[in-house]
Design a protein around this ligand. Structure first.
Ligand SMILES: O=C(O)C1=C[C@@H](OP(=O)(O)O)[C@@H](O)[C@H](O)C1
Ligand SMILES: C=C(OP(=O)(O)O)C(=O)O
Length: 441
């Protein structure tokens, strides 16, 4: 465990490039491995989560390499062409790797064993086991659908229509990816829109997929099975979920002005930026464009006094990973910030509702918390700090509380900086480059 401490910092200034999008990076390796030909990926996130995905596909026969110019290539084996790995696949800390790979394996007539770290072994896999079993795959898991588990794919995958019981892009993607091996059309109904990178990338690789809006704002997504996916080059935008950390840091640290170029602005991901604006942040977008099928923009963010708001519940899926850092912005704001419809936070790398509330309290903030909601009472710029936060193998908890230490009266300590490697390996270097005072204890 590496303890890190963040202390009150002067204005943060500069232009910094945030690493590639984690969700898109995972999918580029997965779909590249199932395509015919060579896919070249620029800007791949080289975080531990994505490297776990790459290791799994190498173990199943895809050739995945990093080149001298920093690009990656994936030589695919075609749908159905993955081979049985001769050892357990270790998904590390990554829920996305585990759940999407289970979808892909459900359509391969092979047997695989999956495990993960202490955090991932606590997370529910039943949410993918259920629909994938309906499609013909067989599972043996620990109690409660936990890893380690065994999956045996179906020789003949049944196309199904599945209504998501929770807003989850991982479950949606698992079913769609299994549907690639089915004879016929597989449909997923999502009542709340979730990140649509799988849909976009399948189209990019020549898959047949339709998305129809349904009443109430959701979507009906249908994929036609057994297409031939063709390798297609990709440029990965910078990750909006990672950008949220320097963005919130700049918004709350007096005198700051930070520019974050080429950030992914997919509307299913950008809820945090709208929410910060609703709180009074001085955040502007420029150079808006489409790169590799995804909208991107440069973000400029300057310090401004924030005010607490009620975050619209329907916005939750578009900023689900950003609530921990939003809670830090809310602690610095004046007035209270109400967050509802966020029960999914309880099944992330940690129980983020409980862990955020505990971390805020340890630093002198008043928080109310229920099964699927949280209210943070803002201090109007006077966060006491001085606490040590237990991170529970959760990268977003580590980074959020380090951001809080930049503005609190007394430093904030986190008990473990190691998890940051999963999604934002150069976080410390990037933040200290902007002027943040963060150092090992
Ligand atoms: O599909 C994805 O890439 C992800 C979906 C979300 O999870 P859920 O599907 O569990 O909401 C998100 O929290 C995770 O960081 C990445
Ligand atoms: C929830 C997250 O990732 P995953 O589900 O892939 O572990 C995250 O990155 O915040």
């Amino acid at each position: 465990m590496t303890f890190l401490r963040a202390s009150k910092s002067q204005n943060l200034t500069g232009t910094v490039t945030v690493p590639g999008d984690k969700s898109i990076s995972h999918r580029s390796i997965m779909l590249g491995s199932m395509a015919i030909g060579r896919t070249t990926v620029k800007g791949l996130l080289e975080g531990e989560d994505v490297l776990s995905t790459a290791a799994a596909f190498r173990a199943m026969g895809a050739t995945i390499e990093k080149h001298e110019d920093g690009t990656w290539t994936v030589d695919g084996v075609g749908i159905g062409g993955l081979q049985e790995p001769d050892d357990v696949l270790d998904m590390g800390n990554s829920g996305t790797s585990a759940r999407l790979i289970l979808g892909i394996l459900a359509g391969h007539d092979i047997t695989c064993f999956l495990t993960g770290d202490d955090s991932l072994r606590k997370r529910p896999m039943g949410r993918v086991i259920n629909p994938l079993s309906e499609m013909g795959a067989t599972f043996e898991s620990r109690a409660g659908g936990r890893l380690p588990l065994m999956v045996r794919g179906a020789a003949d995958v049944l196309p199904i229509t599945y209504e998501l019981p929770m807003a989850s892009a991982q479950v949606k993607s698992a079913v769609l990816l299994a549907g690639l091996s089915a004879r016929g059309k597989t449909t997923v109904i999502e009542n709340k829109p979730t990140r649509d990178h799988t849909e976009r990338m399948l189209t990019h690789f020549g898959g047949e997929i339709t998305v129809e809006p349904i009443e109430g704002g959701g979507n009906k997504i249908t994929v036609t099975g057994q297409p031939e996916l063709t390798a297609a080059d990709l440029v990965v935008p910078s990750d909006p979920s990672s950008a949220a950390f320097p963005a919130v840091a700049a918004a709350i640290t007096p005198g700051s002005e930070v520019v974050l170029p080429a950030i992914g602005m997919n509307p299913t991901r950008s809820g945090i930026f709208q929410t910060l604006k609703d709180m009074g942040a001085d955040l502007t977008l420029s150079n808006e464009r489409i790169e590799g099928g995804e909208p991107v923009a440069d973000i400029t963010i300057r310090h401004a006094q924030l005010t607490g708001i009620e975050v619209p519940e329907e916005r939750a899926p578009s900023m689900i990973d950003e609530y921990p850092v939003l809670a830090v912005a809310a602690a610095q704001a004046s007035g209270k910030t109400v967050m509802r419809g966020i029960g999914e936070l309880r099944v992330k790398e940690s129980d983020r509702l409980a862990v955020v509330a505990e971390g805020l309290r340890a630093n002198g903030i008043t928080v109310e918390e229920g099964e699927d909601w949280m209210i943070v009472h803002g201090t109007g710029g006077k966060i006491p700090g001085g606490g040590t936060v237990t991170t529970h193998l959760d990268h977003r908890i580590s980074m959020s509380f380090l951001v809080m230490g930049l503005v609190s009266e007394k430093p904030v300590t986190i008990d473990d900086g190691q998890p940051i490697e999963t999604s934002f390996p150069n976080f410390l270097e990037l933040m200290t480059g902007l002027g943040a005072d963060i150092a090992p204890l």
